[in-house]
Design a protein. Structure first.
Length: 250
């Protein structure tokens, strides 16, 4: 296998060319690739962590964030087909989960190599309707309240109006990716699917996550995690164990 560290704007930390299997991780609204850097340190060495960087944040902060799933997954799928070699899996959290699902469908349309597994968390199944937060209509104070309710945003950000103003366009675009999404029926994926359901996430309940079962013809597994919307981060070690067992490591 190649010894070169392949990086692209979408995969700023590389494509884990030396790993036995790669894990491409798509972030939640407002987050970038770095959201998975610390989280992924607990994964075994044979799994190569590949955080995905959508436009509009961190290393791509000068780019316009995308507000629709279609253009995002079309561009990312081309990148994956071009640079990711060997077996890989995809994980998506919240907005990243719906992007991960549509990414798998886009790769199928292209006839590109499919991931060996899809992991999702923090997002209702595609066929289940999503509520709209209408962030574009909110004041900065209302935006802070919404983010505080969702959890996961540091207090120093919530208490800094200038930071919230800078984040507002990115958050509005990211929330639109998930909340303006309209499911189009297609045949279920021929990819095993694992869903992580938080016990205290009103926007993505256990029932909502169980509904992902309809989106695969292969094995479906549902794991419950105590906690809120960001339970996959607070229970990182357990999630890592499930991922390692699922991907069949040594």
């Amino acid at each position: 296998m190649s010894t070169q560290r392949t990086t692209t704007p979408w995969l700023p930390f590389g494509a884990a060319d030396q790993a036995d299997v790669r894990l491409l991780c798509l972030p939640h609204s407002g987050a970038g690739a770095s959201a998975y850097r610390a989280w992924g340190t607990g994964l075994p060495d044979w799994i190569g962590l590949c955080p995905v960087q959508p436009p509009g944040r961190e290393t791509r902060r000068r780019e316009t964030p995308l507000s629709e799933v279609g253009p995002l997954v079309a561009a990312l799928a081309k990148d994956i087909a071009a640079v990711v070699e060997g077996p890989y899996a995809i994980l998506g959290h919240s907005t990243g989960a719906i992007c991960a699902f549509e990414l798998c469908r886009q790769l199928r349309r292209m006839g590109a190599p499919a991931p060996v597994h899809l992991f999702v968390a923090g997002r209702r199944a595609p066929q289940v309707g999503e509520h709209s937060s209408q962030l574009e209509e909110l004041t900065i104070e209302q935006l802070a309240d919404i983010l505080r309710h969702h959890g996961g945003t540091p207090d120093w950000v919530l208490n800094d109006p200038s930071m919230l103003r800078r984040l507002h366009p990115l958050l509005t675009a990211d929330f639109a990716v998930s909340e303006a999404y309209r499911y189009t029926p297609e045949p279920p994926l021929d990819i095993p699917l694992t869903a992580f359901a938080a016990t205290d996430d009103p926007r993505a309940t256990v029932v909502h996550l169980a509904a992902w079962r309809e989106q695969t013809t292969e094995q479906f597994t549902l794991h419950l995690l105590e906690g809120d919307h960001f339970a996959i981060f607070t229970h990182a070690s357990r999630v890592h164990g499930v991922i390692a067992e699922t991907l069949g490591g040594g």
